[in-house]
Structure formats: C-alpha cells, structure tokens
Write a new protein. Sequence first.
Length: 257
Amino acid sequence: MDLQLTGKTGIVTGASRGIGEAIARELSAEGMRLLLVARSEESLRAIAASLPSEAIPLAVDLQQPKAADEVISAAIRHFGALDLVVNNAGATKRGDFLSLTEEDWQDGFALKFFGAMRCARAAWPHLMKSRGGIVNVVGMGGRTGSADFAIGGSVNAALLNLTKVLADRGVGDGIRVNAVNPSSIRTDRLNERVQKVARERGIEIEAAASEMASAMRIARFGEPAEIAAVVAFLASPRSAYCHGAIVDADGGLTRTL
C-alpha cells in the first residue's frame, strides 16, 4: 500500500535504536525525509547513512528545556517545512514505588513527557502550515497500572492525556494527533530481561521469551517493525479520519476498554 508519504518531512525522536530506529526505517522506506534525534551521535550517523531517503542526524538531550526548539529549528533549516513529529524518546526506570527516588521521577518525566510536550509546542506553528501531524509512541502502562512500573505508568498516562488535549486543539488548527501504545517489544531493553530469565532458569533464550509472554497471557512479544508499521499508517493520509486515536499494539495484553 502506498502511504502517500513520499517527499514529506518528519522528525523521529529516540531514533538511535529499538522502536525509534524501526520507525525511521519504515518512514524512510515510504519516501520521507527525516531528522533523526537522540543522544547518541555515532548511532544516529550510522542509521542515517543506511536509509534510502535523505536523513539528517541530530544529537541532543531532549531533557534540556531548549532542546526541542533546537530540533524544530534544525528540521526547518534543512527541509524548509515540517509534516510530522514522532515523539518516541524516553525510557523510565522500573522498581518498587517506595524505592524510587525523587531524581528517578524527575528523570522519567523530563524526557518522555516534557520532551514530547516541548517538541509538539515548538512544531505546532509549522505543522499548522503543512496540515501535518504528531504521533506519540507511549505504552500500555499508561492504561493499566503495575506496581513495578510506577514511573512509566504515570508518565505514559500523562502523555496519553496530552495526546487527547493536542488532538482537541488540532481539530481547529488542522493538525492530526494520535498515539500508539506498544507493550513488550523485542528491543535491547527487553532482550536483556529475557536473557536474565534464561540464565536464572538455565533455559534457552527463546524458551524464556515464550514463558514470559505466556505469563502475560499473550502469544509472543512484538517486534519493533510492527510498531513502526502502525506509526507510519497513522502518519499517512490513509488514516485521515484517525484523530485523537490511541492504538493498542500490544498483542492483546490490554483487556479493558
């Protein structure tokens, strides 16, 4: 299916690995010109060089208040316009609520929530001109609370609400805003957890992954490319009537409405 994205311009944050890298590859394959954002310059350069469309790496720390303005300015400087922002940056610390520090909480909100909010705010005037869109990559922890995911769940819930807030504003301003909720995706972070279980149990890695997925009552873990495909669809004119949508791409893990 042609997603009608050829020649469009976009920003992908958290693009140096995992889901963000997969999103960059999917959008590039659809013909988008991209600004790739993360803290690792070396990884971004390697990914940008391997993409089939024009891609510019920009190493910044989105926890810094002025970083979002730098990102949007760079996109406009390089491409002259902006059609899409994919807010994907940010991982949060797991742990028991009583053991998490004030710094852990500050760090969790600083990148994933405030980074996304600031990028949306800085990009908004440019997206109004292009009648573009925003896709927030959030996470099912924002819909279903878990004792060992206190920070992540709280941050994700806030970002899901912000998605609805921006979508409401976007109706009048001509900007579509949607979100994707992944669950357990085979990124480096999850693979480390799988390897740890495999070592502790003395079993093969894929057997450990299968057991962990079964314990969550899902058939398997997801792949980054599967999330990237959903993001690309939501970014495209093919999903023109999706606005304020929150898509659970979680293998059936979320069983509530």
